[in-house]
Design a protein around this ligand. Sequence first.
Ligand SMILES: [Zn+2]
Length: 125
Amino acid sequence: MITLELADVEIDYCIDCGGIWLDAGELELLLGQPEKARQLLDSFKIDSKSAEKPRKCPICDKKMQKIIVGPSKPTLLIDKCRRGDGLWFDKGELQDIFNRAQLDKDNKIQELLADMFGHDQENQN
Ligand SMILES: [Zn+2]
């Protein structure tokens, strides 16, 4: 993994798979809107029946929990360390979560992510 700086927050990016690791608290920093961040974190639900293969936490090396983000479809599943070390986003999932968080139009994160990792189809108009 390599370290990237995104809006003054250091994120860990896997060049091989395109996944992103955020240490605890970094998602809130990136969102930059405490109210939205709380809503988003409150929407997390543990998916104990997920068929997705568990990932291991890069910090404690234990299997992480699958977390369903919000009620919207299609289901967005991310991985969360049981000890609270942080969150893992597969390729594209971090962009997905910011799209769903309905951030203010002047929020720079989606733009920064798009510059770094490529634009979504729907944003190319
Ligand atoms: Zn951990």
